[in-house]
Design a protein around this ligand. Structure first.
Ligand SMILES: Nc1ncnc2c1ncn2[C@@H]1O[C@H](COP(=O)(O)OP(=O)(O)OP(=O)(O)O)[C@@H](O)[C@H]1O
Ligand SMILES: [Mg+2]
Length: 264
């Protein structure tokens, strides 16, 4: 790779002006973002902002109507989802979507369906069981019998079985207790640090996401309205008030909310 000096490394994954719709509903409206190798990048946004749509568009489940997606300098826009998995991008969908009638073990094997390196698959399964020992205990049990938190662990592990360089992680905290959410985020950070896996995390739980991620974007009704390092985002008043729920400004904060229509 040619170096241009003191600049950031080239993005591993980048979106440029991506627009995606469901029929007449435009869910994302010109989203551009960059994820650099080894980073955890988060997209924050409330219900319906378009977070899941961003991930579905990257993984090829939805084809965008405009814009492009680049991975390792190559355009992957609207490729077949299985090709995108093969290239090293695994998606952990919202709501886990494990196969309830398959065993935990077989769910993990489904995550490796694009691979032929048996030894590598066996190694990655042991690694997943290392991160989430409960899954090893339950290996033979139907996944549908797992708790919500355990299913989330399984969904993350299934993504790991694709030997990804990038994991697209859709609201892992959904429906989980704060304690379990913390535990799962700890493992996500370990996966990032120990395996060098790059992570694009979308979350409503801004508190958690801003603590684990390096860089963050704020998405509102399909548009990115703010971008910064997570350290900087944590200090912004707008973020404190509306995403971290710190209403220490009382009435003044409320007035500001009424005055401000957008984040800019
Ligand atoms: N299958 C679908 N058909 C029609 N509209 C959809 C579909 N999925 C999402 N939408 C709409 O697209 C917009 C963005 O939805 P998306 O699921 O990406 O939001 P989100 O940020 O992930 O929200 P949440 O935090 O609730 O998961 C919303 O207006 C939503 O109603
Ligand atoms: Mg969603």
């Amino acid at each position: 790779m040619s170096s241009t000096g003191a600049h950031d490394p080239e993005p591993l994954l980048a979106l440029a002006n991506v627009e995606s719709s469901y029929g007449p509903i435009k869910a994302i409206r010109g989203v551009s973002l960059a994820v650099r190798p080894g980073q955890i990048v988060t997209v924050l946004g409330s219900n319906g902002a378009g977070k899941s749509t961003i991930l579905k568009t990257i993984s090829g489940i939805i084809d965008p109507s405009r814009g492009s997606i680049t991975y390792k300098g190559e355009k992957i826009t609207a490729l077949d989802p299985s090709l995108i998995v093969r290239k090293g991008i695994s998606h952990v969908p919202e709501g886990r979507e494990v196969f309830p009638l398959l065993s935990v073990h077989d769910n993990l094997m489904m995550g490796a369906y694009t691979r032929h390196d048996r030894d590598g698959v066996a190694r990655d399964m042991e690694a997943a069981y290392g991160y989430f020992p409960i899954l090893k205990e339950r290996a033979a049990q139907d996944a549908g019998l797992l708790s919500g938190g355990q299913q989330q662990m399984l969904a993350i592990s299934r993504a790991l079985m694709g030997a990804p360089q990038v994991i697209l992680l859709d609201e892992p905290s959904l429906g989980l207790s704060p304690k379990l959410t913390r535990e799962i985020f700890e493992i996500v950070v370990r996966i990032n640090r120990e395996r060098g896996t790059t992570i694009l995390l979308v979350e409503q739980n801004a508190n958690m996401a801003l603590n684990v991620a390096d860089h963050g974007y704020v998405l509102e009704t399909g548009r990115i309205v703010m971008e910064d390092s997570c350290a900087a985002l944590r200090e912004k008043d707008d973020i404190k008030e509306f995403y971290l729920g710190k209403k220490d400004e009382g009435v003044r904060g409320e007035r500001r909310w009424k005055k401000k229509k957008t984040w800019r």
